[in-house]
Design a protein around this ligand. Structure first.
Ligand SMILES: [Zn+2]
Length: 82
């Protein structure tokens, strides 16, 4: 049995399987969605949940990326494309 990787949601700070969360990366100081989950660089994970998203925007992303960030996408923008 393989051990699944665990990531901390930057919104609620609960540890969870990243398959249950959305991944975001920082590009030139802007938080962008990473629907493939494989973009290079430091990633931040957030549950697909309004409350987690609000907390992430309110400071979770900045804390995770250790710098001031801009968030130009919305929670709904990040829906995986099918
Ligand atoms: Zn969460």
């Amino acid at each position: 049995m393989t051990r699944r990787p665990q990531r901390t949601c930057v919104g609620c700070r609960r540890v969870d399987d990243p398959a249950h969360m959305r991944r975001y990366v920082l590009v030139d100081g802007v938080v962008v969605a990473d629907p493939t989950g494989s973009a290079a660089g430091r990633g931040a994970h957030v549950h697909p949940d309004d409350e987690c998203w609000r907390r992430a925007v309110a400071g979770g992303f900045a804390r995770s990326f250790r710098q001031r960030v801009r968030v130009e996408c919305s929670e709904s923008d990040s829906s995986p494309t099918r």
